[in-house]
Design a protein around this ligand. Structure first.
Ligand SMILES: Nc1ncnc2c1ncn2[C@@H]1O[C@H](COP(=O)(O)OP(=O)(O)OP(=O)(O)O)[C@@H](O)[C@H]1O
Length: 336
């Protein structure tokens, strides 16, 4: 089972530039979470801080009792082995075949025999739908395939925590739908704790159990998906609606005069109602996600602390659970 990640009062600056402050949240064990936020709000910096690659100046990131910010470097190094990291560009070595790229962490960090390495690599290649392409170079395959190869590489050391940085960037909507399904299938198969950074509203609406958003150097919110999806915080509503009107501007923040002019223009124009679409289910033939039952118990115990709209949405979701339509697409093939 995945491991809980507890973030407490995390603050990160580069020189005088504060990126975010006092970020506190818990990634529940084995659940899938998404972090949203306009460009430049420090989502990648957040992922790197979780894994101890960047050092926040305040706060803690607790994983199995190890603090990824303040513990001795050797404890951080050991704990880092629990992570699988998928970066934006797949971060593959251009001169190595997909097989060798995916085998790289095993050859680097374990003393496994080549026959064992081959078995693990081929299993992961199958999970991400790349069988038959293992001999190709990264430059010979599409962007979607490179992303899946990056995901396969993130999986070879049997991670219990998976961090994906914009796994959808550069993908068309169909490939993004396949990728969403792949992430849910993966969670059903390995029950790892997952955090996905994305700008993609379809992924945000259909994949996670929990959602958060960073804006203006703060964590606006983090919690069960229904909290963000029903939030009337202007920044959340603007982001989820993909609108120009609202606090998010081209250079992240708008000035007061622009906001006032927009508010006057938008007066009387109601927001379109936001529907909560069902979360994706694992593909047929896969086991159910173990996180679902744990999440249900956790979220129902939180219910009294949540805003009324989120409470209603959660009750509706669980009431409809048995009859809910499942949104499944076929498992990813090797052609994207
Ligand atoms: N190593 C670094 N040194 C100095 N500044 C950095 C460093 N890494 C990131 N930053 C700054 O931190 C800020 C946040 O960057 P980050 O890449 O985390 O944003 P993001 O939310 O992931 O953006 P996007 O959605 O566009 O990928 C940026 O202003 C960036 O320039």
């Amino acid at each position: 089972m995945g491991i809980e990640v507890v973030v407490e009062g995390l603050t990160k600056s580069f020189g005088k530039q504060n990126i975010w402050q006092d970020v506190t949240l818990t990634l529940p064990a084995g659940e899938v979470s998404v972090m949203l936020g306009p460009s430049g709000t420090g989502k990648t910096v957040f992922l790197k801080s979780l894994v101890g690659l960047l050092k926040p100046e305040r706060g803690r990131v607790l994983i199995n009792g190890v603090d990824m910010v303040n513990s001795p470097e050797r404890d951080i190094y050991e704990t880092r082995k629990l992570f699988g990291l998928m970066f934006q560009d797949g971060a593959l070595f251009g001169s190595m075949s997909l097989f060798d790229n995916i085998a790289f962490p095993l050859r680097e960090h374990t003393r496994r025999k080549e026959s064992e390495i081959r078995r693990t690599v081929m299993e992961r290649i199958e999970v991400v739908g790349l069988l038959g392409s293992e001999g190709k170079l990264p430059g010979e395959i599409s962007g979607g395939m490179r992303k899946r190869a990056g995901l396969a590489r993130a999986l070879v050391l049997d991670p219990q925590i998976i961090l994906c940085d914009e796994p959808d960037s550069g993908l068309d909507p169909v490939r993004t739908a396949y990728l969403s399904q792949l992430l849910i299938d993966l969670n059903a198969q390995i029950d790892a704790t997952m955090l996905i950074v994305t700008h993609n509203l379809d992924i945000a609406a259909t994949v996670p159990d929990n959602m958060g958003m960073l804006f203006r150097r703060e964590l606006v919110t983090f919690g069960p998906r229904e909290v963000l999806l029903t939030s009337d915080e202007p920044v959340v509503a603007q982001f989820l609606g993909g609108r120009r009107e609202g606090p998010i501007g081209m250079s992240e923040e708008k000035d007061a005069a622009t906001l006032a002019a927009e508010a006057a223009g938008a007066a009387g124009r109601p927001d379109a109602p936001r529907a909560i679409v069902p979360q994706l289910q694992p593909s047929p033939g896969l086991p159910p996600r173990q996180a679902v039952a744990r999440r249900r118990e956790r979220v129902l115990s939180l219910l009294g602390t949540l805003p009324p709209a989120a409470r209603t949405a959660i009750r509706d979701t669980y009431a409809k659970d048995a009859a809910a339509p499942t949104l499944t697409v076929p498992r990813a093939g090797s052609g994207s």
